[in-house]
Design a protein. Structure first.
Length: 256
């Protein structure tokens, strides 16, 4: 277990170098009720809701909740406002999938901060710029990378058997900005554009995993795409299994 964890941390270190340690870079319908000015609405990711009144509705953040005519669609976890002729509605989108616990994501934190946050997990690797932990449940491993003694990247590693669960989990929280069909990678950003995510299948010691690398998002989507393209020196292992998993990533994460 420890030897494989160290092997995976080597992959994590590689991903950090590729990322440059920075990315400068929803299932039922809601009730059809009239929503008064100043009202609030809570939907689950994927749900829709008919406002039933007013016109010219616009969303302050359509990545969280979009609106067309009088129909609101819950897109990604978060909160936003929908404004139209009949007033303003605060919309909160909640997740439906809780299969995974994401890694510690307070970028800029010290190693001791991360260790405190991960105190309930078993430490498997502790080096000057990386630390790793044995996961729990469907998470195989967590990894963290540091630059100038500050957290620069967080890593989630999941066995490919949980690929379907992972894609559904991520699709409720992030939206795609980049697809690398040649190297089997999907880049995503959260709807508030604070965190960038890179998802890809990796074959390590004859076992296929999905690695999810998180970094602070500090630029536009176009900048993120260019940065992602720049780290294509080592493509993911390409075989029948990783191709199948990548197709699954695309179909679930990159919705048309």
């Amino acid at each position: 277990m420890v030897s494989k964890a160290k092997h995976l941390l080597t992959t994590a270190t590689f991903l950090m170098m590729l990322l440059g340690l920075s990315f400068t870079l929803c299932t039922s319908c809601g009730d059809d009720k009239d929503d008064p000015d100043g009202g609030s609405l809570t939907l689950k990711a994927g749900e829709t809701h008919n406002i039933g009144t007013g016109s010219n509705w616009k969303s302050a953040n359509p990545l969280i909740a979009s609106v067309e005519d009088q129909t609101i669609t819950a897109e990604c976890v978060g909160s936003t406002t929908i404004t139209g002729s009949a007033g303003t509605i605060k919309v909160t989108v909640k997740a439906t999938r809780f299969d995974f616990t994401e890694p510690y994501l307070s970028f800029g934190a010290s190693k001791s901060d991360v260790k405190n946050a991960m105190s309930s997990y078993t430490l498997t690797t502790d080096k000057s710029t990386t630390i790793g932990y044995q996961g729990k449940g469907k998470v195989y491993m967590y990894g963290y990378g540091f630059k100038n003694n500050q957290l620069s990247m967080s890593l989630l590693i999941v066995k490919s058997t949980y690929a379907n669960d992972l894609t559904k989990f991520l699709s409720e929280r992030y939206f795609p900005v980049y697809v690398d069909k040649d190297n089997y990678r999907v880049g995503m950003v959260d709807p508030l554009k604070k965190i960038a995510v890179l998802v890809e299948p990796e074959v390590i010691s004859y076992t296929t995993y999905l690695t999810v690398a998180y970094v602070k998002y500090t630029g536009s989507s176009s900048v993120a795409i260019k940065k992602m393209e720049a780290f294509g020196s080592k493509p993911s292992t390409r075989n029948e299994e990783t191709a199948k998993i990548f197709d699954q990533l695309k179909s679930e994460l990159v919705k048309q």
